[in-house]
Design a binder for this molecule. Structure first.
Ligand SMILES: *Cc1c(COP(=O)(O)O)cnc(C)c1O
Length: 459
């Protein structure tokens, strides 16, 4: 089936057996495959020894780089103790230690930690806890969910139901439950310069839903400050605080999906902390175990935990769990990562990296003929492509973003596209010269690929 012939045994095996996530496999097989064998800091190395900057932080997870000596040591030390112990009715030491560390993220306001093993599950748990909580309070009619336009919370049925990523999930709509969607604010900034901002209509729409329906709504779920999967769509500072106040006013839980924004991505441990907001549920995953191992956590209040206490026969138990919830190896790496991350934040290193990324993006792309939009916040950024006259677009199958990302490999960069955009999500510990390499490699790829696509544009 592959049209680009297999060239090595590993490639032959990939072609014969693999089915990659979020990947059109026909397209994958018709282009050269990249097989990585090693990581070093911000770099990934292929079987031939070529080096690529990991501009995607291995799908938004990597914090301290690959093959970090401190994280490796923590992992090995735990491995000498025990590799896995279930948390179903049992405990292991490092789960308790990490839960205590995570309680400090909210200064103890969310002391209860429910471990799982991926972001979707962290959200599923928050939703189910919210639903069950209102049932236990005798308010069964409070079972609706409000979410924001463009939301992405994962690929399981529950998280697809509360998401708004029709491009990914449209096929499954007949099986989803309904959630109320309100408009996202319109806000664009890069390197601290605000290009456009309008929040009032979004907040008004949210309040209107709450006014009319809060007695039937369990929770509002939000990705604070940046909706990553929607293409790094931003909300201005202060928006989250306003939304949180509305939740309080109308007695609706606030679930913050910080699966993407947590652990340094926006320059602090959480986005909630930047805005002085304490949600009812805080969902953490991607960067939690530094991009080493699958681990997720849903943090919540003592008052919510208390509602689930009772005799077994009262049926208040939260019946949810995953086989590898709170795996000890992952917890040990997460603890070591957090210990390293705190001083990096305090030293101002992340603020400097973020502003360098913003400056490089605006210098290279603000006036680029084929770049119709660009934005950056923390260590997240995106650029959007269109034909130079802006009135037309490229046929989907030209795959403008994908072509740029393939060519970037030639310039020593791995980066992911989203339709006709490129998303910049480097490891949190990326160094200044690596940030310059990241933006330059995209610029070289853009200059090489996009002018050739001009002739294909449609009216
Ligand atoms: C990645 C992501 C998820 C889903 O996490 P998985 O570990 O892929 O299930 C949920 N929410 C946000 C904001 C994400 O970026």
């Amino acid at each position: 089936m592959p049209s680009a012939d297999p060239i090595t045994p590993i490639d032959a095996s990939d072609c014969k057996h693999a089915w990659h996530p979020f990947t059109q496999m026909q397209e994958y097989f018709s282009n050269p495959r990249l097989h990585l064998v090693k990581g070093e800091g911000s770099w990934l190395i292929d079987a031939e020894g070529n080096r690529y900057l990991d501009g995607n932080a291995s799908v938004w997870t990597n914090v301290h780089g690959h093959n970090d000596p401190d994280l490796n040591a923590a992992l090995k030390a735990q491995l000498e103790q025990v590799a896995h112990v279930t948390l179903l009715g049992l405990n292991h030491r490092v789960a308790s230690e990490l839960a205590e560390d995570l309680a400090s993220l909210t200064d103890g306001a969310l002391p209860r930690c429910f471990f799982t093993d991926n972001g979707s599950n962290a959200i599923e748990v928050a939703l189910k806890l919210s639903f069950q909580y209102w049932q236990l309070m005798g308010r069964e009619e409070k079972r609706g969910v409000i979410s924001m336009r463009g939301a992405y919370h994962g690929d399981t049925f529950g998280t697809m139901s509360v998401g708004d990523s029709s491009g990914f999930h449209q096929r499954f709509t007949p099986w989803l439950f309904h959630s109320k969607i309100f408009s996202a604010p319109s806000h664009v900034e890069c390197a601290g310069q605000v290009q456009a901002s309008e929040v009032q209509s979004s907040l008004q729409e949210l309040e209107k839903i709450l006014q009319n329906e809060s007695s039937r709504i369990a929770c509002l779920i939000l990705e604070p400050r940046v909706q990553g999967a929607a293409g790094m769509r931003q909300q201005p500072q202060g928006f989250l605080k306003s939304a949180a106040l509305l939740c309080q006013k109308y007695q609706v839980h606030l679930i913050l999906d910080e699966v993407f924004t947590g652990f340094g991505r926006l320059g602090s441990l959480t986005a909630a902390e930047q805005e002085g907001v304490v949600p009812d549920f805080l969902c953490l995953a991607k960067g939690l175990a530094a991009g080493y191992l699958p681990l997720a956590a849903t943090l919540t209040r003592e008052s919510i935990f208390s509602a689930f206490q009772g005799h077994f026969s009262e049926g208040k138990t939260f019946f949810h769990g995953h086989t590898f919830s709170g795996n000890p190896l992952a917890c040990a790496v997460a603890r070591a990562s957090l210990k390293k991350l705190r001083p990096m934040i305090q030293s101002g290193q992340l603020t400097e990296s973020a502003s360098l990324l913003g400056r490089e993006i605006s210098q290279n792309f603000a006036t680029h003929p084929q770049v119709c939009g660009y934005r950056q916040l923390g260590l997240t950024a995106a650029i959007d492509f269109s034909p130079a006259d802006r009135r037309r677009h490229w046929p989907v199958d030209l795959r403008a973003g994908y072509q740029v990302s393939l060519l970037a490999r030639k310039h020593g960069l791995i980066i992911r596209p989203l339709a006709d955009s490129i998303l910049f999500v480097p490891p949190i510990a990326i160094k200044p010269d690596e940030i310059r390499h990241l933006v330059k490699a995209v610029r070289l790829a853009v200059d090489e690929v996009l002018p050739k696509l001009e002739v294909h544009s449609l009216s």
